[in-house]
Design a protein around this ligand. Structure first.
Ligand SMILES: [Fe+2]
Ligand SMILES: [Fe+2]
Length: 257
């Protein structure tokens, strides 16, 4: 998509987009800092989750793609850290903190959950990388111009991770050769979908959230938490059914509503 120079929605619609922290009203700055920090926290955390699987996938392509995903997430982590440092000492401190957090300490719970098996890795890519993709789509024409510009690479990286996950979950259900190589099949694919589905829904945050309303009102994000969650759910429920798996109960195992 083409990126506009002016803010496209919300209270600042029609104004020139924001380029630097100095231009931000206090509440805008606070909201954006929270968003960039949350995004940044997922990147190094998912490197930590994926790296253990770089050499363990059943095919050479699986192994290559796991290392590509780890590299992409690290790349995104450095981009997000650079954006954080643009906020001055407060952002610098947050960027530094993210470099030392380990599994169990990450702000978003889904990124503290280790991968238990190869089908589990595929299930994470299928469900959580679609979460990332939907989130990033909401930043594509953000009122913070530097963030919008980064989406020209990041959106496509997440699309690649998500479609890899969808393809391998499908292969586990339908491809006899892949089932043999992975020593797993439809039952393991369903188990992985069941495990990650509530985590994916939780990752969008609370349905009622002042912070989410502000992010949309300031043109930082196109859609609010609940709207994004429902977009993801409609997309993924359709894909899960098309593969021939069962859509889990959307209320089971949830931590955030
Ligand atoms: Fe990412
Ligand atoms: Fe990803």
């Amino acid at each position: 998509m083409s990126i506009s120079r002016n803010v496209m929605w919300g209270e600042m619609k029609g104004m020139r987009k924001i380029e630097t922290a100095e231009q931000m009203p206090a509440e805008y700055r606070q909201t954006l800092l929270k968003i960039v920090y949350a995004l940044a926290s997922t990147e190094f955390a998912s490197v930590e989750q994926h790296q253990a699987w770089i050499n363990r996938g059943p095919t050479a392509e699986d192994r290559y793609i796991q290392s590509q995903i780890s590299a992409d997430e690290a790349h995104q982590g450095f981009i997000d850290s650079r954006l954080l440092r643009g906020f001055g000492p407060e952002g610098e401190a947050l960027a530094e903190k993210l470099l030392v957090l380990k599994m169990g300490e990450h702000p978003l719970h889904a990124f503290n959950v280790p991968f238990e098996s190869w089908p589990d890795v595929c299930g994470f890519c299928f469900l959580l990388d679609h979460v990332a993709w939907h989130h990033l789509l909401a930043f594509e024409d953000s009122s913070f111009a530097p963030l919008a510009r980064e989406m020209t690479t990041m959106v496509h990286e997440e699309r690649f991770h998500a479609s890899f996950g969808a393809r391998r979950i499908r292969d586990l259900v339908h491809d006899a050769r892949y089932q043999e190589l992975a020593s797993a099949g439809p039952a393991e694919a369903q188990k992985a979908v069941d495990k990650w589905y509530p985590h994916a829904l939780d990752t969008f945050g609370a349905a009622k959230s002042k912070f989410s309303d502000l992010a949309v009102a300031y043109g930082i994000r196109r859609w609010g938490n609940e709207e994004l969650r429902q977009k993801w759910k409609a997309d993924l429920d359709r894909q899960i059914v098309a593969i021939g798996l069962r859509v889990p109960d959307a209320n089971a195992g949830r931590r955030i509503q």
